[in-house]
Design a protein around this ligand. Structure first.
Ligand code: ADP
Ligand code: 5GP
Length: 189
């Protein structure tokens, strides 16, 4: 059996990564979403073990010390990280895995797993991104500002990625990310 592939979807907060991922998972079989650990506060409706593994700062730092993360980063005042264990379990039985993470984490994956396929999801305009983040109403206006500042830095890193998908029309973005995954599954070398 061939080994599974790692797909990384990155893009500024509010661009629609989570929304696009849900569409991609509906389109494709044999691909699993990595559930990250985080120290950020749980949002309304989020579930432990489905959206994230919610950790205290101390718990997360202890996981860093015991080398439990494939990658981790600090983003907008919280820690986020990809636990190694689930990744290895899926890949070893030939399943693909999708990581929805920010830029610093994507850089670490690129270094540790050069075979990973990195996709950057970008907004059609910066104004559209701002509007989506405000409309989502999950962060205070102050935190939205921090995320928008971060977005400007993240957009400068596009050249590190293998593919660029613009999330203007949602269906098209879902189709394009799904197509990247389908094409990469057919790659010979
Ligand atoms: P992220 O996971 O990148 O932070 P979300 O998936 O939470 O972003 O999307 C942020 C907001 O933008 C959500 O309210 C979502 O419904 C909306 N959204 C996602 N894609 C589009 C799109 N193509 N056009 C308009 N709104 C979108
Ligand atoms: P949010 O707080 O909006 O859920 O996530 C904030 C940012 O952290 C998003 O860009 C999201 O993709 C990213 N993120 C989520 N999980 C991880 C992870 O395990 N590692 C890294 N590096 N970033 C993550």
């Amino acid at each position: 059996m061939s080994k599974g592939k790692i797909f990384v979807l990155t893009g500024p907060s509010g661009v629609g990564k989570g929304t696009v991922v849900q569409g991609v998972l509906k389109n494709l079989n044999n691909i699993y979403l990595s559930v990250s650990a985080t120290t950020r506060e749980k949002r309304e409706g989020e579930k432990e073990g489905t959206n994230y593994f919610f950790k205290t700062k101390e718990e997360f730092e202890s996981m860093i010390k015991t080398n439990e993360f494939l990658e981790w980063a600090e983003f907008a005042g919280s820690y986020y990280g990809t636990p190694k264990i689930q990744i290895n379990n899926y890949l070893s039985v030939g399943k693909d895995i999708l990581l929805e993470i920010e830029v610093q984490g994507a850089k670490q994956i690129k270094e540790k797993r050069p075979d990973a396929i990195l996709v950057f999801l970008a907004p059609p305009t910066f104004e559209a991104l701002e509007e989506r983040l405000i409309k989502r109403q999950t962060e205070t206006l102050e935190k939205v500002k921090i995320r928008l500042k971060k977005a400007k830095e993240e957009m400068k890193e596009i050249s590190l990625f293998n593919y660029l998908v613009i999330n203007d029309h949602l269906d098209e973005a879902i189709e394009n990310v799904s197509s990247v995954i389908k094409a990469e599954r057919c790659r010979i070398g």
